[in-house]
Design a binder for this molecule. Sequence first.
Ligand code: GLN
Length: 484
Amino acid sequence: MAWATPNSMREGLAAGDLSAEGLVQAGLARIQRLDGRLEAVLSTDAPRSLEQARIADARLAGGERGPVLGLPVVLKDNLHWKGTPCTSGSRILAGYRAPYDATVVARLLQAGAVPLAKANMDEFAMGSSGEFSAFGPARNPWDTARVPGGSSSGSAVSVAAGYAPFALGSDTGGSVRLPASFCNLTALRPTYGVLSRYGVTAMASSLDQVGPIARTAEDVAALLGVMAGADPLDATSVDLPRQEALWPLRAATLKGLRVGLPREYFGEGLEAGVREAIEGALQRFKDAGAELVEVDLPHTRYAIDAYYLVCTSEVSSNLSRFDGLRYGLSERVEGQTLAELMALTRNAGFGAEAKRRILLGTFCLSKGHYDAFYLKALKVRTLIRQDFLKAFEQVDVLATPVSPTVAFPLGAKLDDPLAMHLADVYAVGAPLAGLPALAFPAGFSAGLPVGMQLMGPALSDVRLLELVQAFQERTDYHLRTPEL
Ligand code: GLN
């Protein structure tokens, strides 16, 4: 049952052939059967999930219908779901339970979706492979010797393996798009502000956005539609224009669409098999009447540097709240003084990548280095944003690969932080510029999925989904599922 599409689930629920409770049970059974191998799930709370399912079943019995009513959704473990564990993939938060619902979770519950599980992730969402989780790496269902992509590793694997039709991840510098690309899924990083950050454990606040993950643009739209919009609890949140067009989602015409291909995203380092798949997918856009135009985003070569300076600076500030007094761990470490307690807690609680970023960020923000690193990075960020704004004077959207490679083997980049960071080279531009980016299946290379991304002007999220809906009506890459 868990392999059914949301459409067939909705039909089954409406006809009374299925129940939300049954879908939860089927999802939990599938987790039970497969997750020993895939390690995508950190926790489940069957009684709580079943309680939500029964509420949904009562609403369905009363004749109510909705895009996510009665359908299971897996939540990344940095999203607060009241009463359940919320570790953010870190030992320092082991034992912490969410005291309230994140706004995105509250809105999902209101719409009748049923949380099924909390998903594995890189510690505090720092990583590109899922391997920086304190609880061990999730595995790619297409090849369990490979990474699923991070940091929303478990969320993507949960959808790819059919635990649930929907998942939420978060995307600071690519973390829903990269795993979508590696697992043959569709995932949106919304325009900054479209989804509330209230109740999302902060990594880098000026970059963090929650992102819906599913198989198709239509399903991503269904999720986005019930969560988007300004939230009084997040001052950076905004309303999404044309939100009502998300359900049901219609395909946009591709005829006359001007698709920009940034030269900098097709250069050295792009794997031949990925390039070939992307070129094939671009040909499909062309066949449907789109016009392909080469453009330049000249500051792209500084994007990774700017991203890691801004990101680590914000990380060092956000993670300072984990001091052993307010959250987790402290009862297990002994310190004679306050400073010692904090040091011992952090040493025991944070993994290597978290420590690396806190150190780097603290250095960037320190007196004497602030101007040279942090301020400079902010200026470069503005230049990168201006590149995009200029490009959108010429073209409607930009099309690029999500990543220069397909899913890489577990362990391949673990000892080389720089190589790991380079996996994000095409992903960090949109977050730095605050723009929406939609990743979707675009072909295969040696049996492994290849993802493409469309980026658009701020608040063009609905349009991006409509365009990919048109692409998915003409292609079947997104229909392929791994054998498990
Ligand atoms: N891989 C990037 C990083 O490690 C992005 C992470 C994310 O988007 N959360 O920072």
